[in-house]
Write a new protein. Structure first.
Lengths: 264, 249
């Protein structure tokens, strides 16, 4: 693995964002819009039901953390789509760059994107609703890392699908994370789910993180068991996602799909 | 004496039972311009893609610069490059930014000077800070060629480098390709549908038809094999099934 090749891919995306106001705005737009809209919704609900004193914290915390997962997924899949859209994929694949270097560079890009978007959302939540995400303390670090890794797994799976199905699979890049959201206990505890769905939710790393977040807000203690479960499942899913990506790449080369993906 | 820098042996590719490339064997020497000629679906692009590792062969051997591709992918790809009309560089980046990224990918020493020299030699130095989307077709072709020469490749693969260019720019590009070969001493393997172009710049031509090598030799040898007046004449004879060259080689 060569650092200069990873740096080259990162540089390519930094140039892209520097040159494109719409792309740059997109990093901030949805997180900020979410915080504003759902922030007001929570304030309205609290007015109607004052017995929910931690509702703002639960809801806005969940919203900001969910956005971390979504941004890290997009950091991989949309960055890959950028190469397809610009018909640059073949140029990259005929260079000495390894696929692992490409993925690693996109992971770094996703960290940068989620940091920027996460900080912007957190600042707005504090400014408008007096919600300070950083009251989660050091537990925030393992929460963010786990959500980021889960986002990467979804992003890598999407990238594999894009290799196999091309832009037909573009919807995966925008929607796959939302397919997982109902099972991720983002805005509600696992216990409200139907009993037959709960075992599925327990296998989703994000559900442990969001359950953990609620424990921290409510009791102030770090739920190690939830973190451990999230970490274990994340490692399994990341390994499976990478396997799927490499398998997709192998199949794409066998079927001659790379040229189609690079020129479609 | 020139040595073989590309050795292809019995290379075959099947897509779901359809044979796209059928036991193709040839070698290429350093400094040679080798043209792959053939109608659509003859296997030209698939052949180049297999050599570059974009398509996995069903069977056969590929040796580039004496190395087996599967074992020395990174080394081989750092010593060759590719340009195609159908592949672009990101249009929202400037000419310099695009080349700087690929210079870094290929670990080019002193990239600023290399980029500047290449752009000057292609007479597009004044476009260095222009957005790629604002370039004309001819300028894009030159930029793509500049990218393909960043790493001083020993073999340059070109897929229809003059397609979609007007006759004037196509003629300039042909001269440029010959000039590149003479100046850099590299080997060029390229595909084209332009018979005149093939005849004009190729040292040797491989005529592919239905995935197999129908004939190989210098342009004049190809003409004599098929008893044609021009490569276009030969091409039409082959495509329309009127050739008398006997069994494919």
């Amino acid at each position: 693995m060569k650092l200069y090749r990873i740096a080259a891919i990162i540089q390519r995306h930094l140039y892209l964002y520097r040159r494109s106001v719409p792309r740059l705005a997109e990093i901030f737009f949805w997180p900020i819009l979410d915080v504003i809209v759902w922030g007001f919704v929570t304030i309205y609900l609290i007015g109607a039901q004052p017995n929910l004193p931690r509702f703002v914290a639960f809801f806005l915390g969940a919203l900001i953390l969910w956005d971390i997962l979504y941004r890290s997924q997009q950091g991989i899949s949309i960055s890959f789509l950028e190469e397809i859209w610009s018909k640059n994929l073949i140029n990259l694949f005929v260079s000495p760059m390894r696929p692992s270097e490409f993925i690693l560079a996109l992971m770094v890009m996703s960290i940068a994107k989620l940091l920027v978007a996460g900080l912007a959302s957190s600042f707005l939540a504090w400014l408008f609703y007096s919600f300070n995400l950083f009251t989660l303390g050091f537990s925030l670090i393992p929460f963010v890392v786990n959500l980021m890794v889960m986002g990467w797994s979804i992003g890598i799976i999407t990238t594999g699908a894009l290799l196999l199905y091309g832009q037909e699979a573009e919807m995966w890049a925008w929607g796959l994370a939302f397919f997982v959201q109902p099972f991720s206990a983002v805005f509600y505890p696992i216990s409200v789910l139907p009993s037959w769905i709960q075992p599925i939710a327990l296998m989703v790393p994000a559900s442990h993180i969001f359950e953990g977040m609620r424990v921290v807000i409510e009791k102030g203690t770090l739920p190690i068991d939830h973190l451990m479960m999230a970490g274990v499942f994340n490692m399994i899913y990341l390994a499976l996602a990478l396997l799927f990506f490499y398998r997709s790449l192998r199949v794409a080369k066998e079927r001659g799909l790379l040229l189609h993906r690079g020129t479609e | 004496m020139s040595i073989a820098i590309l050795e292809i042996k019995d290379l075959t590719k099947e897509f779901k039972g359809v044979v796209a490339v059928d036991r193709v064997s040839f070698t290429m020497k350093s400094g040679e311009i080798l043209g792959l000629l053939g109608p659509n679906g003859a296997g030209k692009t698939t052949l180049i893609q297999m050599i570059l590792g974009l398509v996995t062969p069903t069977s056969g051997e590929i040796k580039v610069l004496g190395h087996d591709f599967n074992r020395c992918r990174e080394h081989i790809l750092s010593c060759v490059n590719f340009s195609s009309t159908y592949v672009s560089l990101p249009t929202s980046l400037t000419v310099y930014e695009n080349l700087a990224i690929f210079a870094k990918l290929y670990n080019v020493l002193n990239p600023k000077k290399k980029i500047s020299d290449l752009l000057e030699s292609f007479e597009i130095g004044h476009l260095i800070h222009v957005l790629t989307r604002n370039l004309s077709s001819g300028q894009l072709t030159r930029l793509s060629l500049a990218k393909a020469l960043l790493n001083d490749p020993q073999i340059l693969f070109l897929d229809e480098p003059t397609a979609s260019l007007d006759p004037d720019i196509a003629d300039k590009t042909r001269r440029l390709l010959k000039d590149i070969r003479d100046r850099y001493g590299l080997a060029l393997l390229y595909t084209s549908h332009n018979m005149k172009e093939m005849q004009e710049i190729s040292d040797r031509i491989i005529f592919l038809y239905q995935g197999r090598i129908l004939a190989a030799g210098s342009p004049s040898e190809i003409l004599s094999i098929f008893d044609g007046e021009s490569l276009e004449d030969v091409f039409l004879k082959v495509v329309r099934g009127k050739h008398t060259a006997g069994n494919p080689l």
